[in-house]
Design a protein around this ligand. Structure first.
Ligand code: AMP
Ligand code: ZN
Length: 488
């Protein structure tokens, strides 16, 4: 089965194949600007990238993913100066928080997380080549990229060349500018007093890099080119297989990355550009500057489970906008509970001595193979997650029916669990442990069991309330206590 992805460049679904003709996929994903906690809008994009990465692995590819950390830009300089601390002191806690959050959300780590401030020599190398080739020019306050020199400028964002010709006159020094701002952009900003202690002394003068050159330099260094002390080896350039980001990255950031990298290396920069749509709140983009955002920590503090948050953000197709509401998070929690409950019942069936000798149902093997096939076929179609989840829910509902009637033997339960584990290697939302609570909550459940064994009902009720306040609902059944995440 072939994997097709929608390319922002061609606006068509294209069959995916890595450049090397081998199994290795080289993927670059624009990472966070570490001047604040990432919000769940950012995580929607990182989760789309995680889904892509996991599905590539499901299909047998090896993945080398690089995600940069932007640790120097206008906002970081402004905020670190307000607090009177160095860039590193300012950004480190947010980098740490970011890594904690991706772990909480079960996002597989990228192979490399390069920091912009640790790649200044590579940026200088690229800017020097751009100057030599005539794509860049110097002014009194910096070195700029001349967009009219790059004939393909505007292709990714589908900007009309006539519009480009008419508008390409000004220059922008700011790292971010809007869709209307067709202008030359800063590659290197010469130091001025506002930059304070933030500068690098280089052969191009004292200053700091623009935002866009960071990604051209870091993708080259870690994925596409070979650098030595004197620069890069042009003959060893291989285009990136996949470059991703949110749709707001298309223009100007990715357009500028293409202009820089292709002008430098004289080769196609990226083979497949994939972009995810935004997470909205009240139908407006969730963003730090609008102040309409939730962090992962906000939602966990309200009692929602990380898996339900992950499930919600993944369960809408990445190219469709998703409006965040607490109702939808509640529905995602309920949907995930149904899946998790099926896993729990299968684990029980697998260990039930009365079911050990029951022969496998021939029909069940077909069902199990069917769900894997349908799941893969759906995701093969540009990650059609809705169809993939529909196949999964249909399998779960049939399996639940067989379990309820006591028709499923232990060996079928094992087969079903294997299929669900395979599906979960892509979704990353289910737990197959018999007890998968965080250890502090696990400890409370343990204390409650002890209280119940001692028939200390008062203590046991107190502990139940404490668990509920932390989002865990405990139910006492004839076969013992069970827990699940409380619904909102
Ligand atoms: P930033 O830290 O603003 O550079 O954003 C990091 C990543 O998050 C980029 O790939 C953005 O495109 C993405 N992003 C920012 N806001 C949202 C949003 N509301 N929904 C989805 N992705 C977003
Ligand atoms: Zn980038």
């Amino acid at each position: 089965m072939v994997f097709k992805v929608f390319s922002t460049m061609t606006k068509k679904k294209e069959v995916f194949a890595p450049a090397t003709g081998e199994n290795m996929v080289r993927m670059y994903t624009c990472g966070p600007t570490i001047y604040n906690f990432a919000h769940i809008g950012n995580f929607r994009t990182y989760l789309f990238e995680d889904l892509l990465r996991r599905f590539l692995k499901f299909k047998g590819f090896a993945v080398k993913q690089v995600m940069n950390l932007t640790d120097v830009d206008d906002k970081i300089i402004r905020d670190s100066q307000q607090q009177n601390i160095s860039l590193r002191e300012f950004t480190d806690p947010y980098a740490t928080a970011f890594f904690e959050d991706i772990k909480t959300l079960h996002i597989e780590p990228a192979e490399v997380y390069p920091r912009a401030t640790e790649h200044i020599p590579e940026m200088i190398t690229l800017i020097k080549v751009l100057l030599e080739k005539g794509f860049a020019y110097k002014t009194e306050d910096g070195i700029y990229y001349s967009i009219k020199k790059f004939k393909k400028y505007g292709r990714l964002a589908h900007i009309d060349p006539a519009q480009l010709k008419a508008a390409a006159s000004g220059r922008v020094r700011a790292d971010e500018y809007d869709k209307e701002g067709l202008a030359d952009f800063a590659l290197w900003k010469f130091w001025d007093e506002k930059d304070g202690q933030v500068f690098w002394d280089t052969e191009l003068g004292r200053g700091r890099p623009g935002w866009h050159i960071e990604c051209s330099a870091m993708s080259a260094k870690h994925l596409t080119a070979v650098f030595d002390n004197t620069g890069f080896e042009k003959e060893n350039f291989t285009a990136l297989d996949i470059h991703t980001g949110g749709v707001d990255n298309i223009f100007p950031h990715h357009e500028n990355e293409i202009a820089q990298s292709e002008a430098c290396f004289g080769e196609k920069f990226v083979r497949y550009w994939l972009h995810s749509e935004h997470l909205l709140v009240d139908n407006k983009k969730m963003s730090k500057s609008e102040g309409n955002f939730y962090t992962l920590r906000d939602l966990i503090a309200k009692g929602f489970s990380p898996s339900a948050i992950r499930y919600l953000l993944l369960s809408t197709h990445y190219r469709a906008k998703l409006n965040f509401t607490f109702e939808s998070l509640g529905a995602a929690t309920a949907g995930l509970d149904r899946l998790q409950e099926c896993v729990r019942l299968l684990l029980e069936a697998q260990e039930n001595s009365a079911l050990q000798s029951r022969p496998s149902l021939p029909v069940f093997a077909r069902l199990r193979d069917g769900v894997l096939r349908k799941f893969e076929r759906a995701l093969d179609d540009d990650l059609d997650i809705s169809k993939a989840l529909a196949a999964l829910f249909s399998f779960v509902s049939t399996t639940n029916g067989l379990l309820a009637k006591g028709n499923l033997g232990a060996s079928d339960a094992t087969q079903a669990l294997d299929a669900l584990k395979k599906v979960n290697s892509v979704l990353g939302v289910l737990s197959f442990a018999h007890n998968s609570l965080p250890s502090d909550l696990d400890e409370l459940i343990h204390q409650r069991e002890l209280a119940r064994n001692k028939k200390d009902w008062q203590a046991s009720d107190c502990l139940r309330d404490e668990l509920l306040a932390k989002g865990v609902l405990v139910e006492d059944t004839s076969s013992g206590s069970r827990w699940k995440w409380a619904k909102k």
